[in-house]
Design a protein around this ligand. Sequence first.
Ligand SMILES: [Zn+2]
Ligand SMILES: [Zn+2]
Length: 347
Amino acid sequence: MRAVQYSGVQDVSLAEIDRPQLEPGHALLRVVAAGVCQTDIHMRASSEPMVPAGTVLGHEICGQIVELADDVRSNALGDQVVVHPVWSCGRCRQCIAGRDNACVNTGGRMFPAPTPGVSINGGMAEFVAVPAAALIPAAGLDPAFAAILTDAGLVPYHSINAARDLLRPGASAVVIGIGGLGQMAIEILRTLTGVQIVALDIKDAALNAVRDKVDHAFRSNLAGVRADVLSATGEYGADFVLDLVGNSETLALAAAVVSPYGAIRAPGLSDGVFEFETSQLATSLPWGASITRPYSGTRQDLTDLVALAQAGRISANVTRYRFDDALQAFDDLDAGKINGRAVIVMD
Ligand SMILES: [Zn+2]
Ligand SMILES: [Zn+2]
């Protein structure tokens, strides 16, 4: 079968490989659509090997079930499904508590559970084998849209849903980085909450894509952006700041605009550093504010998000590529040419 394969440092190419074997507990999917993420670009560009050579990329997967292991009773052949990208055990204390994105058994203290296309073979291929426990039915959805729910949608949904107590009407939310995830974050905030939304990005084109869906949109690399956000939030700051970039500049910006007891959530992977201060005169964070780096999202989060999509409550900008043009999708995303998300659609 055809696949987009990581073959070694800075080497991602189209390859012809064997179809995956079906193990107990697994399903074989015919891939219908697979999203392309900044993480894929990051893995291709890195001078350190980030995944084993030979790994098939693709962690945003929508497919159709074409084969089930004998012991799988939970799914039916032909169903359209999406793949929860955190392959947890379902039995440990964290999984039972609903924190399956922090599974004790399949992950570790500093590394997460297996993720297709990141630590094991993923979905930029004609077929992918996945644990049946990771499948979530996604009937009726456009496959390209369904695929991106599993990462571009799930990451912001997880952070927003976990901060619902802060996101009451009258509160403010700032979203930094209006790419594929940022656009989804704004959709989710609009449909789930009544908060004031502030969008920040370095590019006008990114802000223009969401201007009619937010209360304020500011260029994050212009002097005065901190004052603008504070002014928009009554000088008190934002209750919730979702930093989808995660470099040192955006972390500093997030800290400069978060409110007392507000939450900064920084799932981005841009090697940012934030200095935590505890002095009485500390200026880096207001009292009570928190900053964490959440990982992906839970199975419950993705189930909720698929339901929101099926109800027609969220939408996304998707740029489609044929499988033969998959590497063009990488290049276009890398060059900043994608508004929203690039998705490889199998032909
Ligand atoms: Zn991703
Ligand atoms: Zn577990």
